[in-house]
Design a protein. Structure first.
Length: 224
């Protein structure tokens, strides 16, 4: 990571104070637990989890990728900040392809990925990205947003994950591991059937560790 946990905490705290929010309010708006918010704001973690920092930054109106890349200063009076450093390239897959990831598939096979995209987040060689469809994870994730999925991480409670259901379909939800069982949660409060019991034989394809928007200008086309 290009920026220390202590400086991340200072930057987030500055914006939190500007908005006049308590840690509890920030936790509610970001979907990150209050103890975790407190640790990140106080800089108590040298290497805070990327997804939690992103959620808190998004709630505060900060570009999470730029923050993690060390591209923000303490002053937030500028409307535009320098872009994040590009960490590497990841293949963008279709949701159909994502649903097949429990099988032995080589993501680097020619023609398999729809395209390769610059990624601003640290990732393993097995990482891939998907374009968010639908509104089940709104407002944390918007349709058209790109999510980077990391298959090498063990999924834990409250992680956002891409799963392969027994019928071979891929779905994107928040993992809930409770005493009553394991569930998938849609974040959109208006989404029907928000809580889904994880079907038997469901496979977690990966943990979502970051997201960004790929902007398109529809008024022009370019020929190579």
């Amino acid at each position: 990571m290009a920026i220390s946990g202590q400086l991340i905490g200072q930057l987030l705290t500055t914006k939190q104070q500007e908005k006049g929010w308590s840690e509890g309010e920030l936790a509610r708006r970001s979907g990150v637990s209050q103890p975790t918010v407190h640790r990140i704001l106080k800089g108590e973690s040298d290497n805070p989890r990327i997804d939690n920092v992103n959620k808190i930054a998004r709630a505060l109106g900060i570009d999470g990728a730029a923050l993690l890349a060390g591209k923000l200063a303490l002053e937030f009076d500028e409307n535009v900040v320098a872009g994040p450093a590009i960490v590497g390239r990841v293949p963008r897959l279709s949701w159909v392809q994502a649903g097949a990831l429990s099988e032995a598939i080589d993501l680097y096979e020619p023609g398999y990925a729809e395209e390769w995209l610059d990624c601003p987040f640290p990732h393993s060689k097995k990482a891939f990205c998907l374009e968010v469809r639908g509104t089940s994870m709104f407002p944390d994730y918007r349709p058209g947003e790109l999510i980077v999925v990391e298959p090498t991480l063990e999924a834990m409670h409250d992680d956002d994950v891409v799963c392969r259901t027994p019928d071979g379909q891929a779905t994107f939800k928040r993992l809930q591991i409770t005493e009553d069982g394991t569930f998938l949660l849609a974040l959109n409060p208006e989404f029907p059937n928000r809580i889904i019991t994880v079907p038997e034989d469901t496979v977690i394809c990966g943990v979502v560790t970051g997201s960004w928007m790929k902007r398109r200008h529809r008024g022009h086309s370019f020929n190579s």
